[in-house]
Ligand binder design. Sequence first.
Ligand SMILES: NC(=O)c1ccc[n+]([C@@H]2O[C@H](COP(=O)([O-])OP(=O)(O)OC[C@H]3O[C@@H](n4cnc5c(N)ncnc54)[C@H](OP(=O)(O)O)[C@@H]3O)[C@@H](O)[C@H]2O)c1
Length: 275
Amino acid sequence: MSPRLVDLYPTAFVTGASTGLGRAFAEMLLSEGVRVWGTARDTSRLAPLAEQGNFQPVALELRDGVAAGQVFHQADQAAGGFALVINNAGYGVFGDFTTTEFAVWQEQLEVMLVHTARLSHAALRGMRARRQGALVNISSLAAEFPLPFQSAYNVAKAGLTALNESLMIETAGTGVIVLDVRPGDYRTDFEGAVRRPPGGTTPAMGRAWAAFRRLMESGPPPAHAAAALRRALLRRRSGTVRCGRFFQAVVAPLLARFGSLPLRRRIQASYFDLS
Ligand SMILES: NC(=O)c1ccc[n+]([C@@H]2O[C@H](COP(=O)([O-])OP(=O)(O)OC[C@H]3O[C@@H](n4cnc5c(N)ncnc54)[C@H](OP(=O)(O)O)[C@@H]3O)[C@@H](O)[C@H]2O)c1
């Protein structure tokens, strides 16, 4: 008989569980009987999950990495060491690199790469000592196909994917697995939460934004990504999980493997109405 998710991962920590993909991951885990610690900056946003039982709301703000590390440490101790940690929290900034304040650019990298790596570091230390567990970092297909006018996001996700690849090698044979999850466009609150710093919009930016919105709003629901994650966790092997609409998650990576980089850039530009 194949093992149940709850047997492999009785406890889980999920950042950004208030909405979107994180909430779908938390709901999927709760439906399997997993005890979930889920985070949001404002824990009142976690009320629908808390009503389901087996759920611990946790206040966590990733802009302060040291404080976030302490919050994780306390929850990890309360849980007796998490079997599964999903670093999911994140946000977008849409703006031209030169007109966006550098502090905005830097903060996005700190939240989505540096402090996410910090939580990965804390989580893996415990898992390595226990010789079991799964670390899941939610990257993006943007790590392979950069989104126009979202340079910090692209760098953060490419960096996170590189971290995941590094950790897969380091954890081989240790009993711990690492999943690099790269979603395509999903219908979440992400697009509504994207920050658009002042600095003027060019016609190219207008077209790219319209294409981005169209793709997000027509994407699959978050439960689709949760089902892909569930299947990957049950495989009990480190690896890459591309998920989303068929073209983005399957066709584009396949074409990219055989096409040249200039061709890839041209296709990417036309996908966002920029050619
Ligand atoms: N949707 C997509 O198409 C897509 C595609 C590829 C990758 N992703 C990635 O998937 C992850 C989830 O995105 P989503 O689409 O589900 O977005 P979402 O619906 O906007 O949810 C984002 C979550 O992150 C949390 N968050 C945002 N900024 C935070 C901060 N500074 N500190 C702590 N928590 C913070 C939010 O919690 P609060 O309640 O505190 O606001 C919320 O729970 C992100 O890493 C995103 O980059 C999404």
